[in-house]
Design a protein around this ligand. Structure first.
Ligand SMILES: [Mn+2]
Length: 382
């Protein structure tokens, strides 16, 4: 038996962590400890992920519809892992649009090839992976014809994921890109600036630059990726230019924004891209006194709702599910969620927008309150 070299009377390692003055040193020390404890676990998960993908010559990585930076970053990261470790030829595909100017700049600046799923022969691929979404969710395009063998996600766990050969679903994590970064580290894949920047921007947007409550995995990945970033590309992505139309739409939306005791509702009407609702909801988060923001708009035969809250404690995903009911699809997280229903649900698209707003007011117990416009309407008297 080998005796462990422990100084007599030495306290256990964890008890040595100072409990007072939690300054930056303590922060780094606890991160280093977290790093060590997750390293072994990551390795085990990596072995299992690689075993699932082993033998495939081609892989298709699919994101949720209208992919956001976290979905795109996670797909690019997983592609790098499969290409570098297993020499698999990888395609990334999605359904819908990349609309937000920053997200389009991300795709352009980082030369990311996103293919429309409908143009691909899905059964041709040996392996299908789904990132930032899960089978059975209404916001992803894989039907029963192409069940994924790999799922990596951070949305609430869905029962369908238990049938997936390799599923890593961590609802506690704030981003899928951070989970994928963990695999790349465990696999010792040397990151290109392009891949690192995609992952970093994914984590940054999903965690609001770590301002939102995030897990150690998010923080560790965020710090780890720093040294590989293409900062010039990142800066161009974050300050992507927008056409004059963008400001016209913003102006229209602000004149159709109302508040009711902490609930802020923005009606966008016809949108030029589907994630404009999310963008507007994000924009209104800073309004004084706001507790829940609901942005509602129409895009290609659907009414889309996007919901945000600057505070924790309101489960927005459950709220949107209660509002959408069985009429469409809904999902998200506690602090950000979205849903969509057919535009003809209540007759016209306008009537459907109104119906969605009515349901939100009812669900939040604000049905009887009089809305206050954010800005004076042009028709209002001076
Ligand atoms: Mn995400």
């Amino acid at each position: 038996m080998v005796a462990r070299r422990v100084h007599p009377g030495a306290p256990p390692a964890f008890a040595m962590t100072p409990r007072v003055h939690p300054g930056p040193m303590l922060c780094y020390a606890s991160l280093a400890m977290a790093e060590q404890s997750v390293h072994k676990w990551r390795k085990q998960r990596l072995v299992s992920l690689l075993a699932t993908a082993q033998g495939a010559k081609t892989a298709l990585i699919v994101t949720h519809n209208d992919p956001d930076p976290d979905a795109i970053g996670a797909a690019v990261g997983l592609a790098a892992l499969l290409e570098r470790r297993l020499r698999i030829e990888v395609a990334i595909a999605c359904r819908g649009h990349v609309g937000r100017a920053e997200n389009r700049a991300m795709v352009d600046e980082l030369h990311i090839r996103l293919e429309p799923l409908c143009q691909l022969d899905v059964p041709r691929f040996d392996l299908v992976a789904l990132v930032d979404a899960q089978p059975g969710a209404g916001n992803q395009p894989l039907g029963s014809l192409a069940p994924p063998a790999v799922v990596i996600d951070h949305h609430p766990l869905r029962p369908e994921s238990s049938a997936v050969p390799f599923a890593d679903v961590r609802p506690d994590n704030s981003s899928t890109s951070a989970i994928v970064t963990g695999y790349l580290r465990a696999a010792r894949v040397r990151l290109s600036a392009r891949v690192a920047t995609a992952l970093f921007y994914g984590i940054k947007t999903d965690t609001l630059g770590l301002a939102r409550e995030s897990r150690e995995e998010d923080t560790l990945a965020y710090l780890y990726l720093q040294r590989y970033l293409d900062r010039e590309a990142l800066s161009r992505i974050e300050s992507a230019s927008v056409p004059p139309d963008y400001f016209r739409a913003l102006d229209r939306a602000l004149h159709e924004t109302y508040s009711l005791d902490g609930l802020v509702i923005a009606r966008l009407g016809t949108m030029s891209y589907p994630d404009m609702a999310a963008e507007m909801a994000d924009f209104l988060r800073r309004l004084d006194g706001v507790r829940v923001i609901v942005a509602v708009g129409q895009y290609e035969g659907e009414v889309i709702v996007s919901v945000r809250s600057p505070e924790s404690g309101i489960k927005l995903d459950e709220l949107v599910q209660a509002v959408v009911r069985g009429d469409g699809s809904a999902g998200g997280h506690d602090h950000m969620a979205a849903g969509r229903v057919p535009a003809g649900l209540a007759g016209s698209p306008e009537a459907t927008e109104e119906e969605m707003i009515r349901r939100f007011r009812e669900a939040l117990g604000l049905a009887d309150l009089r809305p206050t416009p954010l800005l004076p309407r042009e028709s209002d008297p001076e």
